[in-house]
Design a protein around this ligand. Sequence first.
Ligand code: HEM
Length: 471
Amino acid sequence: LVARYFRRSDHVPPGPKGWPIIGNAFTMTGENLYATLTEYSRTYGGIFSLQLGPKLVIILNTLDVAKEAYVDQASAFSKRFMPPAIRYIVGQEGSLIFGDGPIWKEQRKFLLSAFREFGVGKKSLQERVNEEASYVLEVIERAKGQPINLHFVINNAVSNIICSLSFGERFDYNDENFQNLLKKLHVNVSSISLGGIVHVFPFLMETPIYGYLKKNFQSLVDFVRRLSKEHSETFNGNDIRDILDKYLLEIQKQEDSGEESHFKRSDDWRLVFELFLAGTDTTTNTLLFTILFATYYPDIQQKISDEIDEVVGGARRPQLSDRPNMPYTEATIMEVLRMRPAAPLGVPRSVSADTKVGGFFIPKGTGVFLNAFAINHDPQVWDHPYEFDPTRFLSPDGKKLIKNDSLMTFGTGRRACVGENLAKMELFFFVTNIFQRFHLRFPEGTSKPDLRGTQGISLKPAPFEICAERR
Ligand code: HEM
């Protein structure tokens, strides 16, 4: 009976054999997980399955099956599978990233409208990001050309954009409390995968091996809760300063109208917490990879710098209106997003009704991972997929940015990333500010860093240092 409970049905997509009880949980760990799963896709095809304990999950590895599931069958594929260990710590109810149904729908609509209101894609936020970038430039300047690891500065800067949108505050790069918090978040998203053994046995969170994950998440929740509480004490319905105020106003309106409220006062911390979770390490890692690739390929860095000189010059800050005139810089960012998707397996979904994909039976309740790395490197779609070549996103004359629907870095369908425009805006401003002012190289006498990156929930570059010389 036990064996039958854990065994895969014959009609579901094939996949590698697992161990008794835990199935393929060990397969779903390892710092090169994205590469391992992409290898499997070469053996098993566009869709294959794994067993996480008793839970069947499928991995979508080509654009065709991704669209067939997430777009053509959006109703069956728009729920989330929340990895048990994460649910165990932060719960699923009221979650935008992991929730479902009307609450999720309202939260998503709310956030998209809040992003518009508070300047995503607009001048007001441009000033904010430029200002934050100027603090990063100061840190680089102070290093005076000596080797520096930019990880926690960039991480702090990116988080400050979320903090400023959410509750109008930024934290100094020397603020030890905030830095510690970011480190804890970083450790959590980079040291567990979305499908490893801890999700088969979530009680491991209570043991010394994994207990730190629970503590780390709890510190972040406590921090956001405290800030949300302090912020709400200064709430004035006639002066909506940021996303948290807008959220509180929404609650007030729903309470006043006597309607059943989907936004709860007790949950006001959650939205901000989830913006941290979804938006900090993803954007940080992509920005670090951009710095890494541009330093690794000096000719590409030179082309970015030339474009900045031509379009922006050296005297003023970059503007949103410069973006359409800077296709090479934008194409380089797109190429980094393709090569190193910060969430290489997306955020898992759950199938809400028995269905079929790629001709295979997919039972209700199956977990689904979108292998963005495999799709972004599919040789059927991309020429020389493992080469770093920004020109693949440029028109033949190099003057226009060419989008490609096969880029799966932000997911697709109803639950695609809501932060895509914000992330791209941040990437553009941080990249242009840095390469406007500095030429970057690796420290003398050191070997070139590894470009592959290591994977937990997010994919991050291995630690590296750069030396920055003023241009
Ligand atoms: C380079 C940076 C980023 C990458 C690569 C990324 C990637 C993703 C991916 C793959 C998903 C799942 C999509 C799907 O299921 O189809 C997602 C969801 C999400 N992202 Fe992002 N993200 C980034 C930045 C951000 C930022 C800056 C924010 C907000 C501050 C954000 C907020 C969210 C939210 C709230 C969701 C859940 C949406 C839902 O379930 O409806 N992301 N992201």
